[in-house]
Design a protein around this ligand. Structure first.
Ligand SMILES: Cc1cc2nc3c(=O)[nH]c(=O)nc-3n(C[C@H](O)[C@H](O)[C@H](O)COP(=O)(O)O)c2cc1C
Length: 143
């Protein structure tokens, strides 16, 4: 008799933060894989990421709407959206992480929906920085 082993990702609440790296074009595959394994996925995109990957495609694959900068100001609930999302997340996956969003994060700047959520969360963050090798090696980024 075979016993089914539950997928460790099943039911986990994963917030995927997508910033403006060309690697954003790969995120539909990542989101789809997480959703197929039963994870609850929410995507937050920066305005640059919106230029590179479709929020409509990500919403369809994650089976949930995406969160964009404009949503932060039109939420209209008791608590700010970035706080709700920050507390909802069990894990934050920053993929891809652009140099700009990395800079915001390490300097404590909260001027996008994603940056605000990042500063507000106490969940573990898994970051996949993605940029040209010269950008990655630039002292302002690598130190
Ligand atoms: C086609 C294209 C590809 C880009 N790829 C990268 C990249 O791989 N990594 C990166 O850090 N920035 C990349 N950039 C630059 C960022 O999009 C830009 O710095 C932007 O300000 C990032 O903002 P965000 O972090 O709010 O998304 C790219 C820009 C364009 C137009």
């Amino acid at each position: 008799m075979r016993t089914e082993v539950p997928d460790p990702l099943a039911g986990r609440r994963i917030l995927v933060g997508i910033s403006g790296s060309i690697a954003a074009v790969k995120l539909p595959l990542v989101v789809s894989a997480l959703a197929k394994r039963g994870a609850q996925v929410r995507c937050v995109l920066t305005p640059s990421a919106e230029q590179l990957v479709s929020p409509v495609a990500l919403a369809s694959l994650s089976r949930h709407r995406c969160y964009l900068d404009a949503d932060q100001w039109s939420h209209g609930a008791d608590r700010p959206l970035h706080i709700e999302l920050a507390e909802w997340a069990e894990l934050v996956l920053l993929a891809p992480l652009s140099a700009t969003t990395l800079g915001r994060w390490v300097h404590g700047l909260a001027d996008t929906m994603l940056a605000s959520t990042l500063l507000a969360t106490e969940a573990p963050v898994l970051a996949a920085a993605a940029m040209n090798t010269a950008m990655w090696g630039a002292p302002a980024v690598s130190t």
